[in-house]
Design a protein around this ligand. Structure first.
Ligand code: SF4
Ligand code: SF4
Length: 346
């Protein structure tokens, strides 16, 4: 599978051609931000962005999804029996996904698809999705992906990696899925040596622009109880307003809640994103809440990402350094500072 080169105009046409075979998701500008949307005739993809405000995790784990339907009408055959709501596993491609967000799918996958448990909906959607990443020429000052196992041109979790060379796009297929996508994205020509050299140079210079780093090397050796009882959690949590922004924007936060909604005699069982930052998240039916204090919820978020995940999966930290929570926390709580506190504690 060889690299292909497209003019920007050819690339736009190539995506339209690929849309005959895939549901294509592209970044689209909405006000001051970009988010992924399905490519339709009237859609204007815009690849001139640093990162989308929301990660594309909703494509694999929808924010709200109907799991099952059921009837409470006793006169109906099959009343009270859950029926799986049909799911869509048709081929999709998310084009312009940043390498950090593609790596996030891999980090989260160990939770949803492992030898003990397999979430068929998560796995089915991930399998049907082709990730066509766009390397970051100009990382944000809040990015720290090189400390968390990735990089602005990391190939992990990607099927194709795109290099924006100014007037041209170089497309590098990384997997069979990626090669198949590029066959459907008609046009372009084989890249020559000068294109490949320009791409390598771009990747090197982008990595040098990452100015932010976090130390993670001691997290694994720390005692869970010591970190849990560390004295800094009150200070870390002091200004938090438990808005949940950090968890909803985060590509590696996966928590959900399951609820039944009934209208008349028809019921839906839904799965919705939830957040450990909300008091209701752990509120028991008995009225007891094991995390009724703010510092406990904030501690949970950081302990999960930087200690429990590290210990359980031996797969690095559950953070890809995308910087979204740093940028958008309304009270400036910064995971880089918390990671430093945890890594250096004791
Ligand atoms: S975004 Fe900031 S204020 Fe909101 S829940 Fe997260 S840490 Fe707290
Ligand atoms: S914790 Fe923050 S920086 Fe890390 S992946 Fe989530 S949003 Fe990005």
């Amino acid at each position: 599978m060889a690299d292909k080169i497209f003019s920007k105009k050819e690339w736009g046409a190539a995506l339209r051609a690929a849309a005959d075979s895939y549901g294509i998701y592209v970044p689209v500008k909405e006000g001051d931000f970009h988010n992924f949307e399905l490519l339709k005739k009237e859609t204007k993809p815009d690849f001139d962005f640093q990162n989308t405000r929301l990660s594309p995790k909703a494509l694999i784990q929808p924010q709200s999804e109907r799991m099952f339907v059921y009837s409470l009408d006793d006169s109906e055959e099959g009343a009270h029996i859950l029926k799986e709501d049909p799911k869509d596993y048709s081929p999709r491609a998310v084009v312009g996904i940043r390498p950090c967000d593609a790596l996030a799918f891999q980090l989260v996958n160990v939770n949803f698809d492992n030898p003990e448990y397999r979430d068929p909906w998560w796995a089915g959607r991930l399998e049907s999705t082709t990730t066509v990443g766009l390397g970051c020429n100009e990382p944000c000052t809040t990015c720290f992906c090189t400390s968390t196992g990735g990089g602005p041109f990391s190939e992990k979790g990607l099927d194709v990696l795109l290099y924006d060379l100014g007037e041209k796009i170089l497309a590098r297929p990384l997997t069979q899925k990626g090669g198949k996508f590029l066959e459907k994205a008609k046009g372009g020509s084989p890249a020559d040596e000068s294109d490949s050299k320009a791409a390598e140079q771009l990747a090197l210079s982008a990595a040098e622009k990452i100015t932010s780093s976090v130390p993670t090397e001691h997290l694994k050796e720390k005692g869970v109880n010591e970190l849990f009882d560390a004295p800094f959690w009150d200070d870390v949590a002091f200004s938090c307003i438990n808005c949940g922004t950090c968890t909803y924007l985060c590509p590696t936060c996966w928590c959900f809640d399951i609820q039944d909604e009934v209208l008349g005699k028809e019921g839906d069982r839904l799965r919705n994103w939830d957040s450990c930052m909300f008091p209701l998240f752990t509120y028991h039916g008995s009225g007891h809440n094991p995390r009724d204090q703010k510092f406990q919820r904030v501690r949970q978020r950081f302990m999960h990402k930087l200690k429990y995940y590290v210990d359980k999966y031996n797969n690095g930290v559950a953070c890809v350094g995308c910087g979204r929570c740093v940028q958008h926390c309304p009270v400036n709580i910064d995971i880089r500072e918390v990671c430093e506190l945890m890594n250096g504690y004791g």
